[in-house]
Ligand binder design. Structure first.
Ligand code: SF4
Length: 385
């Protein structure tokens, strides 16, 4: 029979093994998340030819392999060295859930430190494309942070608080794991609109855009990628200057500074006025029209004066408006101002959108697709451990 001291010794042993594994991982270099230039440099520095960087780049980001043994044109000895000295995978899929009515699929991933994040695949059938043809579109929504520090009052992620920035490898791995599960060729679009504010994790976000932009990466092109921001004005300009010509979605939600201050505290730091200047700059640099995201909140931003203010704002730059029905957060027991927010009724949303269309503004009313599995906009939240 085991004595108590045996059990303590065994527990100690297990802890030692786990800790030594962690230590080993800490000293390993994460290759996932490196750009093409960084990979070439890494291989040159370690005494290999630069083309090894290109080969590994293609295996990781285009062929989406999850272990070195699948990299068949890499010599066995090098694969074994890479296994010992570097890390290839960064996230683990811990759960998936799919809506039987819409096909929306939610993934829960776990980071090395056991933080949980979410990504969502949203299929849309027979959508009218810009060229007038109807096409299917399947969008993957990815996260850039664990939680979010911005505390927008209508957002489930905001209610969770903030834990950490994701690494470039962790951001890319959401695409990799979702694409392997769902079929890479089926994913047509990516939106950086999951948990977190992408522009507060700027370098990691831009690194992953650089990876998608490389010719060696066959997958979703930059033209089909949208980065969403709650309004970090200086970083909007920096993104414009980065050369990554992605679509930009601006979480507007009100054209009035005082309302924005209440529903999006970040507005107190970077005002709407400052952000509008940055958005105009973004349009001038990239020639890409801006999408304004607008969550409909009853008696907060759905009044007639909001329609007029939106029309005035849209006249200042090529843009369109995405109207998003608000998904109630009552199940998360919000406090303060967040507890007061309720959804605008459907008939008012339709009327609001129609009045804007009459002013020649392009308006889309987004489906609340995925709300049956808590995967709709503003519902991405996983309980911290
Ligand atoms: S809406 Fe976006 S920026 Fe605001 S709290 Fe939610 S995740 Fe963060």
């Amino acid at each position: 029979m085991n004595t108590v001291s045996d059990t303590i010794e065994k527990t100690k042993d297990v802890h030692e093994v786990v800790n030594s594994e962690k230590d080993k991982l800490k000293n390993k270099i994460p290759l996932k998340g490196m750009t093409l230039d960084e990979l070439r440099e890494y291989f040159i520095k370690t005494g290999e030819h630069r083309f090894r960087g290109e080969q590994v780049f293609k295996w990781m980001y285009s062929d989406l392999v999850v272990n070195y043994d699948e990299m068949l044109n890499i010599p066995k000895s090098l694969r074994s060295r890479l296994n010992n000295e570097t890390i290839l995978t960064t996230l683990k899929t811990t759960d998936t859930e799919q809506s039987s009515s819409t096909g929306t699929k939610k993934f829960i991933f776990e980071t090395e430190e056991r933080n949980k994040i979410e990504s969502v695949i949203i299929p849309e059938k027979s959508r009218l494309a810009q060229d007038g043809q109807t096409r299917n579109r399947t969008t993957l929504c990815i996260s850039t942070q664990v939680g979010c520090p911005l505390d927008c009052k209508f957002c489930a992620t905001g209610l969770m608080g903030y834990k950490k920035n994701l690494t470039p490898g962790e951001i890319f791995d959401q695409y990799l794991l979702a694409a392997r599960d769902y079929g890479k060729e089926k994913l047509t679009n990516i939106v950086y609109m999951g948990m977190g504010e992408p522009l507060l994790n700027f370098n990691a976000t831009v690194k992953t855009l650089k990876i998608f932009a490389e010719e060696l990466t066959t997958g979703v092109s930059l033209k089909k990628i949208t980065v969403s921001t709650a309004g970090i004005a200086p970083k909007i300009k920096e993104l414009a200057d980065s050369g990554m010509k992605v679509k930009l979605a601006f979480s507007l939600h009100s054209c009035f500074e005082d309302t924005r201050n209440k529903i999006m505290p970040i507005n107190k730091k970077y005002s709407l006025k400052e952000n509008i200047e940055a958005l105009k700059y973004y349009y001038r640099k990239t020639n890409t029209r801006i999408t304004f995201e607008y969550v409909m909140l009853k008696n907060v931003n759905d009044r007639d004066e909001d329609i007029n203010a939106l029309a005035k704002l849209c006249s200042q730059m090529p843009s369109k408006i995405n109207i998003i029905p608000f998904n109630s957060l009552q199940h998360m027991n919000p406090s303060g101002y967040a507890a007061e927010l309720t959804p605008t009724p459907k008939h008012r949303i339709e009327e609001f959108a129609q009045r804007l269309r009459e002013k020649n503004i392009t308006v889309m009313v987004r489906n609340t697709q995925g709300d049956d599995i808590s995967a709709a906009c503003g519902q991405l939240a996983v309980k911290f451990k």
